[in-house]
Design a protein around this ligand. Structure first.
Ligand code: BV8
Length: 231
């Protein structure tokens, strides 16, 4: 089983901002001011606009060579491969990845806080459109905020118990539980690889690393791994 975890860094060269830019802000905001249930309760319009803007920006960006390399890897490995992403963008899918586990949710989905149903959404939410299921004007971005439980944890746990190769791409290792996956993989004897612009906080969990831009290090690593398998 090969498990790949991606973070904001894999989408950086496509033009999407990473979680903590050089100014430590995220699109001009502090994460706790826009990515928590408390923020949504106290400033719903600010939070809805933050996500509406990021959802609209998706139409202006394209997947990059790193996203496409992971789609090739999935095509070669089939169900011996799982892609877990912390990202809420749709670039993995648009690059051809099929089995993508968005553990922090998706920008192009809305969840109704009344009936709980989730639906594909690529418009705005700040204007309080009615839920397609219950008609209540109670839709929120279907993303996982700080303090909320990530999606797919049991599927991730099953995969991590069988993992032989764990690859972490474009993540700083700031956010849990994702940041703990590498040490779990190492504990079960997997080969752990970090492909990132610079060493992440979890660098000690990785036996291998290639530091550089994802569009260079990811295709190179995937090609090498697939060549190794053919040999
Ligand atoms: C949970 C969705 C309980 C929304 C996100 C104290 C108080 C409260 C909570 C906590 C606490 N301490 C710890 C916690 C837990 C908390 C947490 O980890 N906080 C951190 C900040 C300390 N976690 C949670 O609350 C999680 N839930 O714990 O629930 C639980 C858990 C399990 C079981 C039961 C109960 C929920 C966290 C989810 C938050 N939502 N996103 C949205 O996106 O708007 S997190 C957000 O940060 C994004 O998902 C982002 O992906 C993620 C992590 O950031 P990264 O992806 O790593 O991005 P970052 O910018 O940090 O790094 C980019 C990296 O790329 C850098 O290393 C850079 O060098 C590299 N890079 C840049 N350019 C390139 C590149 N690499 C290659 N090429 C390039 N060109």
């Amino acid at each position: 089983m090969v498990v790949v975890l991606t973070g904001a860094g894999i989408s950086a060269e496509s033009g999407l901002a990473t979680f903590r830019g050089p100014d430590g802000l995220w699109e001009g905001h502090r994460p706790e001011d826009v990515a928590t249930p408390e923020a949504f309760l106290s400033a719903p319009e600010l939070v809805q606009r933050f996500y509406d803007d990021r959802r609209a920006a998706l139409a202006t960006v394209e997947p990059n060579a790193a996203h496409r390399a992971l789609a090739r890897l999935e095509h070669a490995l089939g169900d011996a491969f799982l892609l877990v992403t912390q990202n809420i963008d749709d670039l993995h899918e648009r690059a051809g990845s099929r089995r993508v586990l968005h553990m922090h949710g998706r920008l192009k989905a809305a969840r109704c806080t009344e009936c709980g149903e989730s639906t594909h959404w690529d418009g705005t939410l700040v204007d309080e459109p009615p839920c397609p299921f219950c008609s209540q004007r109670a839709l929120r971005p279907d993303v996982v905020w700080f303090g909320e439980i990530p999606y797919g944890l049991s599927e991730i746990d099953v995969a991590l118990r069988r993992v032989r190769v764990f690859v972490s791409i474009g993540t700083s290792g700031n956010v849990y539980p994702a940041a703990g996956f590498a040490s779990f993989a190492r504990a079960v004897g997997a080969r752990t690889v970090e492909l990132n612009l610079e060493p992440s906080l979890g660098i000690d969990d990785f036996v291998e690393h290639q530091h550089g831009p994802a569009t260079q290090v990811v295709p190179a690593w995937v090609d090498g791994f697939l060549a190794e398998r053919e040999a």
